[in-house]
Design a protein around this ligand. Structure first.
Ligand SMILES: Nc1ncnc2c1ncn2[C@@H]1O[C@H](COP(=O)(O)OP(=O)(O)O)[C@@H](O)[C@H]1O
Ligand SMILES: [Mg+2]
Length: 374
């Protein structure tokens, strides 16, 4: 082993509906990461938000072993403070901080800017988009506003607020029917993994879909639905000069790529590369990079498109800043097909995180010098 390897915390789990998916991504990274180069520290966040650090953290969270070596810790918000141990014999002691965190935490708190804000406060470099990029890509309504401003093609859509729905579902349905036609897709603004999303093909279904989405979020996006859309995804990697992978295509085995199709096992197929024409391929890769830059992504993101099979038009659907990251997930598979194997991809992501941290550090932060005078 190389002496003085940088310490890298691989962070998985988290307080989101994608906790278990994140554990699978975490296991893959722990198995594949180059331990000759990085001193790896497993780090988990339990469903209740408690942090656990050390060997055994993954086994503990996945309930495959008792907690023997991992400690319950709190990350201090002061730069350089490291982790305070909250349980066991070392209670009250400090664990050294890490040189970089590689989060594979999907969804709420892990991918939406909350974790990123905490790590910024603590001065810990981390893989992936910063606070703004993460938050913009997590919120489907803000995301669309930013991408529309950048001139990227989006399906027509409307924002509905829960309080508006509570005041009268009929008036909401009227407003939607004035600008969109059935089918429409109804989505909570701030979730992922197809949770709370429904397709509505009639006014009755629309009312039900709005109420379902309102269980999950205060803000609801209603979007023009496509019949049997093509779903194409591009993996983007980089900071200031991001590169796009080959595009891959998902062929769902049902009406839409819902939670079960994603995780409960299905006959959905991944086509890598997607059978797009050369021109379409180039166009989509270019749009992926433009979307990535417009939303201030960094490190990595998977950029997803919907295609209308009738007209051949392509629309930007969403950007996932911490996409599924098992060795057989779309993001790593796309890079593998583009010539970057999984272990090298992990190396590159950590390098990008360190580069971005150094770049941010070069910013001036103190505008006024000298003592404060009242
Ligand atoms: N406008 C649309 N028309 C047709 N299908 C859609 C539309 N929007 C979403 N879908 C389907 O629903 C799935 C989930 O929607 P998406 O916006 O990707 O949300 P999530 O963040 O949950 O992945 C998509 O993968 C696609 O199968
Ligand atoms: Mg999606």
């Amino acid at each position: 082993m190389t002496p003085n390897r940088p310490r890298v915390g691989v962070l998985f789990g988290g307080r989101s509906g994608e906790h278990k998916v994140s554990l699978v991504s975490g296991r893959s990274v722990l198995d594949a990461i180059n331990r000759e180069r990085w001193d790896v520290v497993p780090m988990g966040i339990a469903p209740d938000g408690q942090w656990i650090v050390g060997e055994g953290a993954w086994e503990f969270l996945s309930q495959q072993a008792d907690d023997t070596t991992a400690a319950r810790v709190a990350l201090g918000g002061s730069p350089g403070a490291g982790f305070v141990v909250l349980s066991g014999q070392a209670k009250g002691e400090f664990l050294a901080s890490v040189d970089c965190i590689l989060p594979v935490t999907h969804g709420t708190y892990g991918e939406d800017g909350a974790l990123q804000g905490l790590l910024e406060m603590a001065d810990v470099p981390y893989v992936g988009a910063g606070v703004v990029g993460s938050a913009v890509c997590m919120d489907k309504a803000i995301f669309k506003a930013v991408c529309a401003h950048a001139g990227l093609p989006l399906l027509p859509w409307l924002l509905v607020r829960r309080h508006e729905l509570q005041a009268g579902t009929e008036a909401c349905c009227d407003r939607i029917e004035q600008s969109l036609h059935y089918p429409v897709f109804v989505k909570p603004a701030n979730l992922g993994s197809s949770v709370g999303i429904s397709r509505a093909a009639s006014r009755d279904e629309l009312a039900g879909a709005l109420l379902e989405a309102a269980r999950w979020d205060r803000r609801i996006v209603v979007e023009q639905g496509l019949e049997g859309p093509r779903e194409v995804e591009v993996a983007v990697l980089g900071n200031e000069h991001p590169q796009a992978s080959l595009a891959g295509e998902i062929v769902p085995d049902r009406e839409f790529y819902d939670f079960d199709a994603k995780y409960a096992g299905s006959d959905s197929k991944l086509l890598i590369p997607s059978p797009l024409s050369e021109e379409e391929h180039a166009h989509i890769r270019q749009m992926a990079v433009l979307g990535y830059l417009a939303t201030d992504c960094a490190g990595l993101a998977r950029v997803d498109f919907l295609g209308d099979p009738q007209t051949g038009a392509w629309w930007l659907n969403e950007i996932n800043t911490l996409p599924g990251f098992t060795s057989i997930s779309m993001y790593p598979k796309l890079w593998d097909a583009t010539g970057v194997p999984y272990t090298d991809l992990i190396d590159r992501l950590i390098e990008l995180a360190l580069e971005r941290f150094a770049d941010t550090r070069s910013n001036e932060t103190v505008a006024e010098k000298g003592p404060v005078s009242a």
